[in-house]
Design a protein around this ligand. Sequence first.
Ligand code: SF4
Length: 684
Amino acid sequence: MSTSQVRATCPHDCPDTCALLVTVEDGVATEVKGDPDHPTTAGVLCTKVSRYTERTYSPDRLLYPMRRVGKKGEGKFERISWDEALDEIAARLQPLAATEPESILPYSYAGTMGLVQGDSMSSRFFHKIGASLLDRTICATAGATGYKYTIGASIGTDLEQFQNAKLIIIWGGNPIASNLHFWTRAQEAKRNGAKLIAIDPYRSLTADKCHQHIAVLPGTDSALALGMMHILIRDDLLDHDYIAQYTLGFDQLRERAAEWTPERTAATCGISVEEVEGLAREYGETAKRGEPVAIRMNYGVQRVHGGGMSVRNIACLPALVGAWRHAAGGVQLSSSGTFKKNLAALQRPDLLAKQPRTINMTTIGDDLLRPASPEFGPQLKAVIVYNSNPLAIAPDSAKVAAGFAREDLFTVVLEHFQTDTADYADIVLPATTQLEHTDAHSAYGHLYMMANNPAIAPMGEAKSNTEFFRLLAARMGLGDPCFKDSDDQLASVAFVQFDWESLKRKGWQKLEVPDAPFACGKFPTPSGKCEFYSESMKQDGLDPLPTYIANYESAASAPELAAKYPLAMISPPARNFLNSTFVNVQSLRATEGEPHLDISPDDAATRGINHGDMVRIFNDRGSFVCKARVTPKARKGLVVGLSIWWKKLAGDGKNANEVTSQRLTDMGRAPTFYDTLVQVEKAA
Ligand code: SF4
């Protein structure tokens, strides 16, 4: 028997980007484990990915190309050859590319985070034919934009420092489910005497294990940050020297923060004045003692109307108290801005003959249903979906389904499994998993560049995304030599900070960056300072100072809607799923059980709902049915549908995105999944 161990990288949309060791026996991957030598992975994987061989060798894997024979959405397909598939796709795309190339749309996101199998050859292909560009906004662009206005780039506290903090605020995230290796360090900090405070509308697994949980109403995080600023300034819990040297606009900020009394803040956030006072004083006093205070902010805070502003306001706090002076102080939302990626070499935007229109992936429901018009341009006539499952993950799902059901729309889906979206495809193509292809990864939660070596041969007739686009380019007569680049060549241009061949051997390598990135200012903003006042925001038509933007769907901004639909719904990740990935892995789905709605005892009682009842959740956009869990984990006025279930694996063929909206955030053009009012009733 031949046995080897291959260095790989977890490809999933998770900040931890774990280093994997894959054991291969006679060409079969028998174990996937965390690399014990990788400093942040430390030999530990989450439950989801420790089952990666179960997923890879699942009897449900798509193993050969298929053509639809039933109605769209019905899921009936027949096997065809790769040649037939490529011929048909080329024949359908070629006339569109020749006449109205913008009628073709790529649709992809973070099904893999790899730079090669994510968007390299695919982008080259779509650029060359002049397809519509896709604005990839579905997760993080609101927060990234708010953070950039304030700090300058997605750079923050190093994950490897958090265990040395004396206070950690976990704001808008549930790291036990979705940032496990940060949680390990937070636990270490706790053992070292640190206090952990969770700010989250829902009493998540993480919030339950922190010293304190502050359950704000969804979308009010920016108000809480303003209230904290008010108290920090009122009580002089400030680092005056840091503010004077390294920040811009403190005088204007002081005036703005003065408006946010603890009473106003508490009323806006739906919490007590004591909670506002206590949080601000804990933060300011710990910092004043010269101890590191850290905030691990996550994307939960930015899936609302004012999501970008929420991130901006929170990102102002460390500079007020001088937390950046410490390696273990400051804030982390994402570390992605620390990596220097050569996206232009990978994706070749120079292949564009002219600038095409851009379609926002968040509004795919409306855009698929739009006719041609001078404003919109040509109707969408072909969609190539890879690394994504829009039927399950995009908001306002009934419209997404109606769009993909259009008989005149040609849809190709590259997938591992027959997802909800694959059911609507004209052609389904089998894609390789991370064990079967090469890739290069940066991270958004740590500072290591990572390599993924293929461990096993592709399953069945599966092909990598890059190989598909190479073959399709050749079929469509695109002769540019860039369509011949191998995956190794693509990986070698991905980063400018390292040598690919040596990274492949080692598996990972840490960036050389200072431990405390902003101890002496040097923020990558236009002023070089942390910008409490942002001229760029003013120029972009935004309030240049931190402010509060109420949810679109709230009693404050839409009282009539709130009277009809009085409950705020959020749909954060279920522990055993990662976005819509893993829902079809039997053992993980069995652990999750079935779709649930968590509802507070008060709200359940007023609706005559008992624990275990089937309930219907609805608003003007749609409805879905699932089982109620009556629990104080959901505060009064809040319901929580842990997500994202595949629709066809949920009892009624629907999921939480039936009721979410396509409205966009204040900045970053991102979705507002957690800005959703609903009503709940006992299901018939
Ligand atoms: S999903 Fe996250 S925690 Fe799990 S293995 Fe991948 S990177 Fe690690």
